[in-house]
Design a protein around this ligand. Structure first.
Ligand code: A3P
Length: 332
């Protein structure tokens, strides 16, 4: 009898050269969320594959002054903001009312690529000649570990985070869905909550990630805009217009009167994106099914999972970490 060995999807594969293994062995490591192991490189946690991508883009990526880099803590609504940014920035070349708008046939992750997870992953050399200007790219990398040219150029940084309770639930659920697909197992909420509270979340500690970009946005408001999932949910029009002003492409009166703002919000809404054929049945090239990025899309799902003890514990940590920063999260 012959047995065929099925290789894991790309996002779970490890760069396996001896040199890389040797390097990884020098890093602190812990149990992973969807992969077997996460590593601590430059003070934050991520997979072997992502770490390799981070190092490659730190060495090679040359930012341009008109680039726009979207940065998020994972599971804070990256896919939503990618769709909003794509629609906003490309609204002249891809009018939002068009029946064949790219957002209707492609997942936002395929329209705005991650530096470390798409462009520089697996030793690839990206072909930027295929990009239009301004170049839109994304990353989850903490501020201190961004490629130097991003920090030193006039590149705009659009940062998005979400309250830590919903971020945690979303991360735990997402990771378990991928684990079920690949390993046929799941991680318990208790174990991963403990991980999160110890700072061992993807690209975490969560609070370091958020606070570094928060401080940068206060010190350098023309370079970094700080957005929150909850604020976009509650005041989508105000936040989208704020984003357009920050990117120096404000909506004209004519656009507003023609309903462009409303239509961008409708096309990018959870209900619309989730029900598109590409997002119900499609997959990213790395192998993740697109439907995994559209779960509930609400504020407050944490209430269905958190015990009082979990709520108190995370509150205490977040209050202590955020003390004096002026940053506050909304949980409802
Ligand atoms: P839930 O798991 O709480 O439902 P990311 O894109 O960073 O991976 O974040 C995924 C989270 O954003 C998921 O949260 C997902 O449902 C939510 N989301 C995706 N698209 C959204 C949209 N258009 N509007 C609001 N939330 C959205």
């Amino acid at each position: 009898m012959t047995t065929s060995k099925i290789s894991p999807p790309k996002y779970l594969q490890e760069f396996s050269s001896e040199e890389w293994k040797k390097f990884l062995s020098t890093l602190p490591k812990e149990k992973g969320w969807m992969e077997s192991t996460i590593y601590n490189y430059q003070g934050f946690w991520s997979s072997s594959r992502a770490t390799q991508g981070v190092m490659a883009c730190q060495k090679q990526f040359q930012a341009q002054d008109d680039d726009i880099i979207l940065v998020t803590t994972p599971k804070s609504g990256t896919v939503w903001l990618k769709s909003l940014l794509f629609a906003l920035v490309n609204r002249k070349s891809n009018p939002i009312f068009e029946q064949d708008h790219p957002l209707l046939v492609k997942n936002p992750h395929d329209l705005v690529l991650f530096l470390e997870l798409d462009l520089y992953v697996d030793g690839q050399v990206p072909d930027f000649s295929l990009f239009t200007s301004p170049r839109l790219m994304a990353t989850h990398v903490p501020f201190a570990s961004l490629p130097k040219s991003v920090r030193n150029s006039r590149t705009k940084i659009v940062y998005l985070c979400r309250n830590p309770r919903d971020t945690f639930i979303s991360m735990w659920q997402f990771a378990n869905n991928l684990r079920l697909d690949n390993y046929k197992d799941t991680n318990s909420i208790e174990e991963m909550f403990d991980h999160f509270c110890k700072g061992m979340s993807l690209y975490g500690p969560f609070w370091n990630h958020v606070l570094d970009y928060w401080r940068e946005s206060l010190e350098n408001p023309d370079k970094v805009i700080f957005l929150m999932y909850e604020e976009i949910k509650k005041q989508p029009k105000i936040q989208l217009k704020r984003l357009a002003e920050f990117l120096e492409c404000p909506f004209s009166n004519e656009e507003e009167n023609c309903g462009v703002v409303d239509e961008i919000l409708r096309v990018c809404s959870f209900e619309n994106l989730r029900n598109l054929e590409v997002n119900t049945n499609g997959k990213l090239s790395a192998g993740v099914a697109n439907k995994n990025f559209f779960r509930r899309g609400e504020i407050g799902d944490w209430k269905n999972y958190f015990t009082v003890e979990m709520k108190d514990k995370l509150n205490e940590i977040i209050e202590q970490k955020l003390q004096g920063s002026g940053l506050k999260f909304s949980y409802i």
